[in-house]
Write a protein of this length. Structure first.
Length: 254
């Protein structure tokens, strides 16, 4: 082999090595991009959890204030033991701050499910459950451990559903169960439709699951925990947060 052939072979090897280096650089760029995305997602989730924690703490403080006012006789808080089938008739009697122990049929729907339900309505299709006098629980139950119908099943932040709630109330929904305050459009729709917004205890998902006796996926199974489920409540403790007269436990009075 003369010098030219040797040089050609060396150049060929160098080109192959350069291709390997380029491939490795591209792979590292993809890895770095994935790590950067994962870091951003982790930060976003952390910020969401911090916001939820702050909202839960604020909500618990307001409920403590209500209990204090009740003990001092400043306000009178009633307690009702109800079935979901009674809510339409009895909603006008419920006042912000009242306690409700609720049993009956409830449907879970969170962000993703709400988007699909609204899309179905806009397309003239039937939603996955009858909206007339329906009770919606803003929750995504985790898989059930042995001996229980669901795993943790605490409420998610209700304000995430504010954009969807007025239409669903106008379509017949009688009650929503979640945590945290609602915007003015939702509160106006509650009053307009003689409905009610109920708050569950935030951060107590494991305790809430003990008040749920059955759970059945009825729509959007591909959403996993956020699929629409039919639940059977039994003595589920709730607080009336917004009543159909406009009373609101979150209202800040000067």
């Amino acid at each position: 082999m003369d010098n030219i052939d040797v040089l050609k072979e060396q150049i060929s090897r160098l080109m192959a090595a350069l291709e390997d280096v380029n491939f490795e650089c591209q792979r590292l760029e993809i890895v770095n991009s994935n790590l950067d995305f994962q870091l951003k997602e982790a930060n976003r989730e952390l910020n969401q959890n911090i916001a939820v924690l702050q909202a839960t703490e604020e909500e618990n403080e307001r409920l403590k204030k209500l209990l204090y006012q009740k003990k001092r006789g400043i306000i009178r808080i009633m307690k009702y033991v109800l079935n979901t089938s009674q809510l339409r008739e009895l909603a006008p009697k419920l006042k912000a701050g009242d306690r409700v122990v609720l049993s009956g049929t409830v449907y879970t729907s969170r962000d993703a499910a709400h988007k699909r339900i609204i899309a179905a309505l806009e397309n003239g299709e039937n939603p996955p459950y009858d909206l007339k006098d329906a009770v919606i629980y803003y929750a995504g139950p985790t898989p059930a451990p042995e001996g229980l119908a669901v795993g943790a099943c605490g409420p998610t932040t209700s304000s995430r559903m504010d954009v969807f709630a007025p239409l669903l109330l106008d379509k017949g929904v009688v009650a929503m169960v979640g945590k945290g305050e609602r915007n003015k459009a939702v509160c106006d729709a509650i009053v307009r439709n003689k409905a009610v917004y109920l708050c569950a205890i935030g951060g107590a998902g494991a305790l809430a699951s003990k008040c749920i006796k059955s759970c059945k996926v009825i729509a959007y199974d591909d959403l996993g925990c956020e699929s629409v489920k039919e639940l059977k409540f039994e003595d589920f403790p709730l607080t009336v947060a917004v009543d159909c007269s406009g009373g609101n436990v979150f209202e800040r009075k000067s």
